[in-house]
Design a protein around this ligand. Structure first.
Ligand code: ZN
Length: 264
């Protein structure tokens, strides 16, 4: 099953039918920010007008159908910490965000966010047992097994790996994700198997490889017990589609960011 493009309230966002909860992966389209942040920027600390960012959150949450006052955010640090959050953790304020790269909850009505601009956003949902997660999977967090940590925290709250569905969102694709040899080596250590088609030599570039980081995360979720038919992977590359998504690499860091959100 592939991703679907949705338009609501002037906002364009992506969703994956496999996830049986309100959710979305935002694009650049439908916000009020201007210049390099045009238009639906969700980053508060990259120099954009805070009022514009707040309006962007209002528009996106309304489009997806969640309460803008009940959202849990992260201060992402490319680690493996995943926090279980509840209603008192809801806050738009930058200062109150916990340092972590993943959020888990079993609470209805609380929306979890993660933010990306090339890294892999992963939303996890066990609708039967009422547990969800939003995880920011950059390559460092991915190879350090942040998805193993997230699935572990979900099962501790009553989720069952076999009934967890996963949506792996828009991210830098294998077409563009050039890495040195240490990255595929670390991914192989994580998966304890050959990467096969997930990694190839970059043509004409000695010592450089093209890595399918979404594919690595998909494989890890299968190893963690998720059914392959319950995992949906976006085919869009953020670096190829800079008119639709922010790409850290394509803009050399002059950018806003998109977000993925999910709510029971
Ligand atoms: Zn690409």
């Amino acid at each position: 099953m592939s991703f679907i493009e949705n338009r609501a309230n002037g906002v364009t966002f992506m969703s994956a039918p496999v996830i049986r909860a309100r959710h979305g992966f935002s694009t650049r389209w439908g916000g009020v920010s201007t210049g390099i942040f045009s238009s639906l920027n969700l980053a508060m600390s990259r120099g954009d007008d805070p009022c514009a960012v707040e309006e962007n959150y209002q528009r996106l949450t309304q489009a997806v159908g969640v309460d803008a006052e009940k959202i849990a955010l992260t201060k992402q640090v490319h680690g493996t910490q995943v926090r279980v959050v509840t209603a008192p953790d809801a806050a738009l304020s930058d200062a109150l965000r916990p340092e972590c790269d993943g959020l888990v909850t079993a609470e209805r009505g609380l929306a979890l966010f993660c933010f990306t601009a090339d890294c892999v956003p992963v939303l996890l949902c066990d609708a039967d047992n009422g547990v969800i997660a939003a995880v920011h999977c950059g390559w460092r967090s991915s190879v350090a097994d942040i998805l193993g940590v997230a699935v572990g925290k979900m099962t501790a709250l009553g989720a069952d790996a076999e009934s967890i569905c996963a949506a792996i969102g828009p991210a830098i694709g294998a077409c563009c994700f050039e890495v040195g040899p240490e990255v595929p080596a670390a991914a192989e250590r994580l998966l304890r198997e050959d990467l096969g088609k997930l990694c190839s030599d970059e043509p004409g570039c000695v010592g450089k490889y093209l890595l399918d980081l979404r594919g690595v995360n998909r494989r890890r979720l299968e190893q963690l017990g998720l059914r392959s038919e319950n995992i949906c992977v976006s085919g869009e590359c953020t670096m190829c589609r800079t008119e639709k998504y922010w790409s850290h690499r394509a803009t050399h860091g002059q950018r806003g960011c998109q977000g993925a959100l999910i709510c029971l």
